[in-house]
Ligand binder design. Structure first.
Ligand code: SF4
Ligand code: SF4
Length: 220
């Protein structure tokens, strides 16, 4: 899940300066679960903006907000309200905001900060689990990601700097990822996996902009 948090209201209002008529765009997926751009937050934002002198022309929840053709279709269905708006306020992640910007000619404004891909421990508590490296090595590390959960992203074992309490030398609030990996593999009786050399990641897998087209996937 893409984890986002709301931008401060002052920042949102600043970005909407001169935009008196606003159309709101949320998202049915991650932004709903993170409670930054679900139905309730869109309704609350509409009330807040009205209190600050804006006119909210309407709203829609992208289903999801990062589906370009779907969002274009939804925008067409709300053509009249969007046509009358000065701009759109996007309450999904940065991916959704860019998708919305490609789906309309109107100015879009971003209401959230997108943080990372993570899991929801419970509402309001998220943990980054994967850095999207493109070459997953979880199989060798007891299903604990060394790229994300070791501060140095080490692939072949610990740096040796962990504290006696098992905390990371870079971030004493954080458990040493490699100690977690070691303990997990020990518990599973799979410590032999640590003897295998893991090659450096192929940086060519990380161009600035990544795309993927699966055979038979059709148009998104
Ligand atoms: S190794 Fe870590 S960062 Fe790379 S894909 Fe697997 S979980 Fe994600
Ligand atoms: S102490 Fe552990 S988590 Fe921190 S950088 Fe070293 S190996 Fe990685």
């Amino acid at each position: 899940m893409v984890i986002s948090e709301p931008k401060p209201l002052e920042e949102i209002l600043e970005s909407l300066e001169g935009q008196d008529k606003v159309f709101l765009v949320g998202c049915t997926e991650c932004a709903t679960v993170c409670q930054v751009g679900g139905e309730e937050q869109v309704k609350e934002m509409a009330e807040t903006l009205e209190r600050h002198g804006k006119t909210v022309m309407g709203s829609v929840l992208g289903d999801p907000g990062c589906h370009l053709l779907g969002l274009k279709r939804q925008f067409r269905e709300h053509g009249e309200e969007i046509g009358a708006a000065d701009g759109l306020l996007i309450m999904s992640c940065g991916n959704g905001a860019q998708t919305a910007a490609d789906a309309t000619d109107k100015p879009v404004h971003v209401a959230t900060n997108t943080l990372f891909v993570g899991r929801v421990a419970r509402f309001g508590h998220y943990r980054e689990m994967c850095s999207l490296c493109g070459e997953c090595t979880l199989e060798q590390t007891g299903y604990i990601c060394p790229v994300t959960r070791c501060s140095k992203g080490l692939l072949n074992g610990p740096c040796g700097g962990a504290t006696a309490e098992g905390k990371c030398e870079v971030d004493p609030e954080m458990d040493c990822g490699w100690l977690l990996i070691y303990n997990k593999l020990k518990e599973q009786n799979r410590l032999d996996l640590l003897k295998a050399y893991v090659a450096p990641k192929d940086v060519r897998m990380h161009p600035a902009e990544r795309t993927l087209s699966r055979e038979g996937g059709g148009e998104a």
